[in-house]
Design a protein. Structure first.
Length: 751
């Protein structure tokens, strides 16, 4: 169905409920307003009616916008415009005033929700901000963003300096208004840009990442500028001392936030997640962090939005932030606070002022200056950053969307007196027009950007890594004792966690008479050293700024209940390394007991020969059997990660059972064999690891694995296995046979 037809059909289906909802809201509130003496003070009923109207109208129009390829927030903003003086107030002024009366106490109730919504929206924007993109895209995003900010900012300030006094809220504070106009023209909306880039499947393309990184820099610089302007507006005049204090305070806040603050935020979230048992405790912790940082920025003389935005960035970098918590927080913000905030912003704008020819011309000029300034700045930045002219065109189109960022800036400007109602309406109109024009123009420009071979290889590599097990691993639980096998398992854990600095909890199984806490810290140091091995091999763009977080715990004896209690904190893998791990083809009772308490993936390390003598050092000559199943692929990924850390090759062994290869079935078997090995080779290639393929036919899998390990002198077999049901820890007959007869070390990676 064409977009227009879909939108028409949607409106036909939504119109009766929308009207009914509006009447449901208006009827009681108008009646309440008509009761003598009832309208003198704030009304809870009226407040509920306002929230209901904004949520319902914003949701329905947001849905309609999505159907025609526009962002949801545009529907929420337009909903506010329809409920405000622009439409509802023009058609039914008495009903509109009854629903949204100009009583300061009543207005303060909905404004309070709206103002807190600003902080939450900035928190969410920060959580979605990936600073690694800036590092990955290098100078292209920096040049594009800074140039894209400087040119429209200069144009906006110049425009503000030449505006007539009648359009200014306070002619004596012209500079503050001019700076605000420059900011409004210069920053882009990262949320809108990300939505369209993701929809076009350009999130991994070079130009898509440059667009996103540039908008991230835009947002970050923009909120710093807004905060500094807020400091100027509070004092009314440009005082060098006050300005210097604001700049230094902001700089100190940012430095402290991204050094000590990052660590404190992670520790706070981890503590709440690990020790509080009440529901949604992590969400409360995140909101508390946001409020604290917003208060700090306010106290140093800049706007609280900077604190909320930086809090979001730090929270987003915390590895403990699960998708579940992220969705809970996002649901609260997008379902309630976003429609209320954007709706209130729409209520504050009065489009009827555009009947004035001069204001209409000013608005058109504003839109033209904003678009040309941003387009020229971004295009020049793209050229300086080494992008092609097609990529520069796409970048310029993408950076022209103001969206939610613009509305928040305008609302702040209105609240602090830097803008009046007329200028606020002009900016809101400009935000609506540029945002709605961006998606079709960006789609048109992106569809004409060809893909380079190097870019294609990088995208394929990133897809493999994101689809893998380790890329989605959040936390690792390691149970070890003070043995060579425990140290070997600690080394394995460090290699696995070091890829993206995944937090590790070391559960030390103590022996009678030993200093358990000291031994646990010693094992943590083994983990840390091994993590350093793999981080040393990473490319600069891959490395994370987050330090590897290792916590320790002590268990006097193996206990399923203790492991189960730890597992509730959220772990993606449980790795076990105890002394004397096996008896023949079975695991010893202590390992079985520990594994019984963990419902997720369980891995077991078995050190033999060389690794019993030197468990913490030495090259790994790894053999990984593969058969096309998800467990074997998971084992291959772990094997490749370990091989990368010690710069050693990997052998992928496929055991084939074929009939005559000339038969149709044999041809299909060969094709499947090749596909499986190709997949493993792609994993190795994505990590820059050398891999050798080996195929053994018409041999039992366990015999093939043992034969290959001995003939090629492998010292470690990594096997991806499926955990069988039952009281015993059993990975299947093949795994049991290899465990009993192999002379070299083994790592079972269970699903």
């Amino acid at each position: 169905m064409p977009p227009k037809a879909a939108a028409s059909g949607l409106w036909t289906s939504l119109r009766p409920p929308a009207v009914a909802a509006l009447l449901t809201v208006c009827t009681p509130t108008v009646a309440a307003a008509a009761v003598p003496g009832e309208s003198a003070g704030p009304s809870e009923l009226l407040f509920v009616g306002q929230v209901l109207a904004l949520m319902v109208c914003g949701r329905l129009l947001g849905e309609a916008m999505l159907r025609i390829g526009q962002p949801t927030i545009m529907g929420q903003l337009i909903g506010g415009l329809l409920l405000g003086p622009s439409v509802f107030g023009l058609l039914l002024p008495n009903a509109q005033h009854a629903l949204f009366p100009p009583i300061p106490e009543q207005k303060a109730m909905i404004d309070a929700v709206s103002q807190f919504g600003i902080l939450l929206l900035l928190l969410l924007t920060g959580i979605e901000t990936d600073l690694r993109l800036v590092r990955q895209t290098g100078r292209a995003s920096v040049f594009a963003s800074l140039s894209g900010i400087a040119i429209p900012f200069a144009l906006g300030v110049t425009l503000g300096e030449y505006l007539p006094d009648s359009l200014l809220p306070d002619p004596s504070k012209r500079l503050v208004t001019a700076l605000f106009l420059g900011t409004a023209l210069s920053i882009a909306s990262v949320k809108i840009v990300a939505t369209v880039v993701r929809e076009m499947n350009f999130l991994r393309r070079t130009v898509g990442q440059v667009i996103l990184a540039s908008s991230i820099i835009d947002d970050t610089v923009g909120w710093i500028i807004v905060s500094l302007i807020f400091g100027l507006a509070q004092h009314g005049t440009v005082d060098v001392g006050i300005l210097l204090r604001s700049v230094l305070g902001t700089f100190a806040f940012l430095v402290a936030s991204f050094t000590v603050g990052r660590r404190l935020v992670f520790l706070a979230i981890r503590f709440v997640n690990d020790h509080l048992v009440s529901e949604y405790a992590v969400v409360t912790a995140i909101l508390a962090i946001m409020c604290a940082m917003a208060a700090i920025t306010h106290l140093i003389g800049v706007h609280s939005v900077l604190g909320a935005f930086v809090a979001g960035i730090l929270v987003g970098q915390s590895p403990i932030l699960t998708d579940h918590v992220d969705q809970q927080l996002r649901g609260l913000i997008t379902a309630f606070f976003a429609p209320v905030f954007f709706g209130v912003a729409g209520l504050s704008a009065d489009l009827t002022i555009l009947k004035d020819v001069h204001l209409a011309e000013l608005t058109a000029g504003f839109i033209l200056i904003a678009s040309l300034g941003k387009f020229a700045g971004a295009f020049v930045g793209a050229e300086l950053g080494g992008l092609s002219w097609r990529e520069g065109l796409a970048l310029a189109c993408g950076m022209n969307a103001r969206g939610s960022t613009e509305i928040i800036v305008a609302t702040i400007g209105l609240s602090m007196g830097a803008l009046n109602q007329n200028l606020f309406t002009v900016i809101v109109t400009m935000a609506v027009v540029t945002t709605m024009a961006m998606p079709p123009t960006l789609r048109w420009a992106l569809s004409r950007v060809p893909m380079r071979q190097q870019e294609r290889e990088r995208i394929e590599r990133e897809k493999i890594q994101d689809r893998g097990f380790l890329g989605n691993l959040e936390r690792l639980l390691l149970a070890v004792d003070d043995s060579e096998n425990g140290r070997f398992a600690a080394r394995v854990a460090g290699m696995v966690a070091g890829t993206e600095a995944k937090p590790i909890t070391v559960l030390h199984v103590a022996k009678n008479g030993e200093d358990a806490d000291e031994r646990a810290e010693a094992m943590a140091e083994v983990v840390r050293q091994a993590a350093g091995e793999i981080r040393h091999q990473q490319e600069p763009a891959e490395k994370t700024d987050q330090a590897l977080a290792i916590s320790t715990a002590v268990a006097e004896k193996p206990s399923a209940e203790l492991v189960a209690a730890e597992a509730e904190k959220g772990f993606g893998l449980f790795l076990i390394g105890l002394s004397e791990p096996t008896r023949g083809d079975e695991f010893r009772a202590a390992i079985v007991e520990l594994a019984r308490g963990f419902e997720g993936p369980v891995a077991v390390a078995i050190a033999r020969e060389h690794h019993l003598k030197e468990p913490q050092t030495g090259a790994l000559r790894i053999l990984v059997p593969v058969n096309g199943t998800e467990p074997s692929r998971r084992g291959a990924e772990v094997a490749v990660t370990m091989a990368r850390a010690c710069q050693s090759p990997v052998t992928a062994l496929y055991v084939a059972t074929r009939d005559n290869v000339r038969t149709r079935g044999g041809v299909r078997a060969r094709r499947r064999e090749r596909q499986i090995l190709d997949d493993i080779e792609h994993i190795a290639k994505s990590y820059d690891v050398s891999i050798r393929s080996s195929v053994l036919a018409d041999v039992a899998p366990d015999e093939a694995i043992l034969r290959e390990a001995e003939s090629q002198q492998h010292n470690l077999i990594v096997i991806g296995v499926a955990r069988r049901s039952g009281d015993q820890l059993f990975f299947g007959d093949t795994a049991a046979s290899v465990m009993e007869h192999a002379k070299c070390s083994i790592l079972f990676v269970g699903s």
